[in-house]
Design a protein around this ligand. Sequence first.
Ligand code: EPZ
Length: 417
Amino acid sequence: MDKIIVEGGRRLSGEVGISGAKNAALPILISALLCDGETHLSNVPHLRDIVSTIQLIEKLGVKVQRAGDEVRIDASGLCCYEAPYDLVRKMRASVLVLGPLVARMQKARVSLPGGCAIGARPINLHLRGLERMGARVDLKHGYVEASAKRLRGAEVYFDLVTVTGTENLMMAAVLADGTTVLRNAAREPEVVALAETLNQMGADIRGAGGSEITIRGVNGLRPARVRIIPDRIETGSFMTAACLTGGDVTLTGCEPAHVTAVAHKLRLSGACIDFKDDRIRVQGAPEIASVDVKTLPYPGFPTDMQAQFMVLMSVARGLSMISETIFENRFIHVSELRRMGADITISGNTALVNGTDHLSGAPVMATDLRASASLVLAGLVAEGITEINRVYHLDRGYEAMEKKFEKLGAAIRRVPV
Ligand code: EPZ
């Protein structure tokens, strides 16, 4: 288990390249299960979760070749329909195989993912949607067992906006008999990217990006060639780091349209942010203004940016309120930030952040992916040395984060433990 050591106080400057989006790559890798032949992906990031996903689909009989940022997946040999507990517990997004397996193999046996650090994260909406589409769904010995001769088109209403729920049912519906309408669907760019991939495979999906998605079932799909979209959360994380250090950083290979909510809040905090094609220039303000934030489904402010933005508010002038409306336990990073001198009071799903003039470096513990990113950001601006332990959390969703920050001038290094 490595740790990352940061000496705070360096102003970040220069250019940094943004990697492919983890949360687009995961469902798109899994969508390759839906067709025979070789699906070809590019701009796939090097992340632990990508490795886990490849391990999972290989277990199902799929051939995967990886070279650089390219991944080729040949699902002609798909022969197994079980996603075992030891893989699903490592990465809950494994539940995304449910839809494609029932669609392609007429059955699936997937371990229930269980909760995680940020919340219970049930998958009841995924399962109810599959039942609406005619699947038999049983829960046995910690596994979901779903089966259907052929799924049929249905109208599915999501009580809550669910990203992977939308993705799972979209993949289930593409080979169904008839038309499926998903209502109150997730509008995230990663959902749109999946829909575009499936349409390239020959599916008939309309309305992705809106809250109502219509999928007309087809009889078969063919392999696609897809470039993974840029990671909007990595983009927001580096934008926030530039603001934290009063730096001048240009992010390249981004999609500015995917970070408008984050850019809006960073501008309110005083930053100067310019969008040009696939580049974003961020110039931090000498003094950071406090800004209130409420996390919402896309296009609102993303929950995956809440911890990182809280670090910025910890050193802003004045009070800010940060409300977390998506997950019930996503303030785990607060206790570690407090150890670095942050003045944060939690009341229910709202954190009241009283900005201080500085944070102080300390040994801290990462607990989940985005919390670990927030601790790295805090270390960049804290006085003295910060040591972040259990960085395997970070490696799930950020490609060589410490190397990218070092290139921007940070005093940061990874130490094997
Ligand atoms: C996706 O998780 C992302 N993961 C998460 O990113 C992200 O935080 C989340 O969407 C919200 O944007 C991937 O895309 C792989 P949800 P997902 O279903 O789909 C409740 C990261 O850091 N819910 O949109 O699992 C759920 O408990 C990760 O990259 C149900 O109640 O999240 C939550 O409160 C963390 N029943 C809310 O809906 C269900 O059946 C939104 O969850 C499904 C969800």
